[in-house]
Design a protein around this ligand. Structure first.
Ligand code: GGG
Length: 365
């Protein structure tokens, strides 16, 4: 039983299935408080479409300040088709993009791990994915999501042109590559850097900066480079060749969704987004499932809460240094899967289909 000082958490469930899957984490938190002597000071607020509906904006400054003051932020999902007609300055998705920028959360760690009990749920053959454990490090505050110029302009003939620009600086590439190399040293000591240096200037710089950093400080780590299109193919062909992958914002988003299907479902993958450690040793951090708000299944009680629960386990591990509790949560997920309980997205023959809340309750039990 731990007796730790009270930890300040900001919980932002967001839209769609976000609140449903977050509810299952709240049960786990209650269990940890009752049974492990942990104490959490929890504040909850609205983001995304839910915030737009109440306050007219996807992310209030007040929420950013609460996030800064918290030991960690647990985020659900944002996105709501009811706001598809509004411009990018008011889209629900802006909540997560702005939070990452405001807190300078530049390194998004997306582990794709195959649970033994789920090898048959993978889109690949069991022999190809058994034991798979890769870490995708996605840069999250730069790249094509944020580069300028951007916008939609009207041309003289009345037709339109949409513009996004991929921009990366040496410093932005180096800091995220450093995270990848440091992580690799604690794992299988291999980093694969992913870009499109054959067609993109930013990709060329990416490869050069990672190569230089490796030569200067990380010669002990095995480094390889791969074009993003080849990487997508290799992930499907032989995913276990990888340990840590490091890549930009857009490629990281795409490749991690792809990798999630190797584990059985998008509903299985958690993530941690980390900033730089400050002078007092504090590291801003936000934890969220890689999946979005899934409005098509919201409110039906069928969403898989495991990605959100495993995101909380990452929060325990990285932000609160509660290794034993993180392992406890992960082992509980593993045990429930081993018992054959499955939400709809990971269901297969001979297994027991359960709802979101039944899956959450089984994990707590
Ligand atoms: N939990 C992830 C989430 O809410 N995703 C919605 C989204 O649009 N995210 C943008 C991104 O991750 O880049």
């Amino acid at each position: 039983m731990s007796s730790q000082p009270t930890k300040k958490l900001l919980i932002l469930p967001g839209d769609g299935i976000g609140p449903e899957v977050m509810q299952e984490v709240r049960h786990i938190i209650s269990w940890l408080e009752a049974n492990r002597g942990l104490s959490f000071d929890i504040s909850e607020d609205l983001v995304g479409g839910a915030s737009l509906a109440q306050y007219g904006e996807p992310l209030r400054d007040e929420v950013v300040e609460k996030a800064r003051a918290a030991d960690a932020v647990l985020f659900g999902s944002v996105g709501d088709p009811r706001w598809n007609h509004v411009g990018f300055d008011k889209r629900p998705e802006l909540a997560i993009l702005k939070l990452r920028q405001e807190l300078a959360l530049f390194a998004n760690l997306r582990p794709a791990k195959v649970f033994d009990a789920l090898v048959d749920a993978s889109t690949l053959k069991p022999d190809v994915v058994r034991g798979l454990d890769i870490m995708i490090v996605r840069e999250t505050v730069g790249g094509i999501y944020f580069g300028n110029p951007r916008g939609i302009e009207t041309l003289p003939d009345g037709s339109k042109r949409g513009i996004n620009t991929e921009v990366y600086t040496t410093a932005e590439i180096e800091r995220v590559a450093r995270v990848a190399f440091d992580l690799a040293r604690k794992r299988s000591n291999r980093v694969c850097s992913v870009e499109k240096c054959n067609v993109m200037e930013s990709g060329l710089l990416w490869k050069e900066v990672v190569t230089d950093l490796h030569a200067r400080e990380y010669r002990d780590v095995e480094l390889s480079h791969m074009l993003a299109d080849n990487c997508a193919m290799q992930l499907v062909r032989n995913p276990r060749q990888f340990d840590v992958l490091v890549t930009g914002n857009l490629f990281g988003d795409l490749l991690s969704d792809l990798a999630s299907m190797l584990t059985g479902s998008l509903g299985m993958l958690p993530s941690a987004t980390l900033g730089a450690v400050d002078n007092e040793g504090r590291c801003p951090a936000l934890y969220e499932p890689i999946h979005g708000s899934a409005p098509d299944i919201a409110g039906q009680g069928i969403a898989n809460p495991i990605a959100q629960i495993l995101s909380f386990a990452m929060l325990l591990r990285y932000s609160l240094n509660m290794q034993a509790e993180a392992v406890l949560v992960e082992d509980a997920v593993s045990a429930v899967l081993a018992k054959g309980l499955r939400t709809a997205d990971i269901m297969s023959d001979g297994k027991t289909r359960v709802s979101t809340s039944e899956m959450g309750a089984a994990i707590v039990n």
